[in-house]
Design a protein around this ligand. Structure first.
Ligand code: HEC
Length: 282
C-alpha cells in the first residue's frame, strides 16, 4: 500500500512536470509530409537540471553532428563544438530549425523532428543564456534569452497622406529654397554668402525662428523691399512667399508627405498597369 502511494505521488508529480513542458511549436506549412518524432536522446527526460554537456551536447552529437561535422559540414553549418553551436544559438537558426519554424530549414529533416523533451531542454538552455560545459542553467532566468530570433523586417516608412492645409518642408520648402537660394555663388555650402547655407533642413533652420515669421531672417529677406531683398534677381512669387510664411507659422517642421498615397488604388492591381510602371520609374 505504502509503495503504491509513493508510486502514485511520483507519477502525478511527473505528470505535473511534463505538463509544463507541453508546448505548441509553430509548424511550417507542410501539408502532405508525415512527421516522425525521434524518441528522447537521453534516457531520462530531465528538463530541470540542464547543462550543455549533460543535456544539449548529447542531443546534438547524436542527431546533428553526423551531417554538421567539422570536416564536411552540411550547408557549411558546423555544430561539432560548443563554440560553433553558439553561432546558431545567437542567430536563432538552431531553435528555428529544431522547431521547424516557418522561415527556417526544418532539422534533422522535413520529416524528422526531435521530441518535445529534447526541444524543451535546448530551449531552456538557450533561455538561460546557454552556458558552456557542466554549468547548470538557471531555468528561471531573470533576463531570459528569446530562442527565436526574429528575422529583421525592414518596415517601409509610414506614408503620410498630403493634407492640403499643410505646407511640407520636403515637398514645398526645400525644393523652393534649394533652387532659388542654394546655387553656386550664393548660399551653397561652399559659397555661403554672408555665412548663410540653405542646402538642408539643419542649415535652413539657422535662419528660422519656429512659428515666428517676423523673427525669421529667411522670411524677412523674402519680403524685404530694399536692396537686401532675396533673391537679388527678383522676388519669389506671392504663392511661394506665402508657403514659407505658412510653413514657419506651422512650426517649421522637417515634414513631408506621400502625394501618391491619396490616389493610391490597391484593387485591380495588374502587372502591366501597376507593377511594371513602378519598376520602370524606380
Ligand atoms: C542528414 C543530414 C542532416 C542532419 C542529421 C541534420 N542536418 Fe541540419 N542541415 C542539413 C542540410 C542538407 C542543410 C541545408 C538545408 C537546405 O539548405 O535546404 C542543413 C541546414 C541546417 C541549418 C541552417 C538552417 C538555415 O536556415 O540556414 C541549421 C541551423 C541546421 N541544419 C541545424 C541542424 C540541427 C540542430 C540538427 C540536429 C537536430 C541538424 N541540422 C541535423 C543536413 C542535416
Amino acid at each position: 500500500m505504502k509503495r503504491i502511494l509513493v508510486l502514485s505521488i511520483v507519477a502525478s508529480l511527473w505528470a505535473c512536470l511534463e505538463d509544463k513542458n507541453i508546448e505548441i511549436v509553430p509548424q511550417g506549412n507542410k501539408v502532405d509530409t508525415v512527421l516522425t518524432v525521434i524518441p528522447s536522446t537521453n534516457s531520462i527526460c530531465d528538463t530541470v537540471s540542464i547543462s550543455f554537456d549533460k543535456s544539449v551536447w548529447s542531443i546534438m552529437n547524436k542527431q546533428c553532428v553526423s551531417c554538421h561535422n567539422a570536416s564536411n559540414p552540411s550547408a557549411g553549418v558546423d555544430l561539432s563544438s560548443y563554440d560553433k553551436i553558439q553561432t546558431y544559438v545567437k542567430n536563432g537558426k538552431l531553435y528555428g530549425s529544431l522547431t521547424h519554424a516557418v522561415g527556417y530549414k526544418p532539422m534533422p529533416s522535413a520529416t524528422l523532428k526531435l521530441n518535445n523533451c529534447d526541444i524543451t531542454m535546448i530551449r531552456k538552455w538557450i533561455r538561460g543564456s546557454s552556458p558552456a560545459g557542466a554549468i547548470l542553467v538557471d531555468i528561471n532566468p531573470t533576463n531570459p534569452i528569446n530562442p527565436v530570433v526574429d528575422v529583421p523586417v525592414i518596415k517601409p516608412p509610414i506614408a503620410v497622406n498630403c493634407s492640403p492645409d499643410t505646407v511640407y518642408f520636403k515637398q514645398k520648402i526645400l525644393p523652393l529654397i534649394v533652387s532659388n537660394c542654394a546655387m553656386s555663388g550664393c548660399h551653397d555650402a561652399i559659397s555661403k554668402q554672408d555665412g548663410v547655407i540653405l542646402t538642408d533642413y539643419t542649415n535652413i533652420m539657422r535662419e528660422v525662428k519656429i512659428s515666428n515669421p517676423a523673427g525669421s531672417d529667411l522670411y524677412k529677406s523674402l519680403i524685404e523691399t530694399r536692396e537686401d531683398r532675396m533673391p537679388p534677381a527678383g522676388p519669389l512669387s506671392t504663392e511661394n512667399i506665402n508657403n514659407v510664411l505658412t510653413w514657419i507659422k506651422q512650426g517649421a517642421k522637417n515634414n513631408g508627405c506621400d502625394a501618391s498615397a491619396t490616389n493610391c488604388i490597391t484593387s485591380n492591381v495588374s502587372f502591366k498597369t501597376v507593377i511594371q510602371p513602378i519598376l520602370a520609374t524606380n
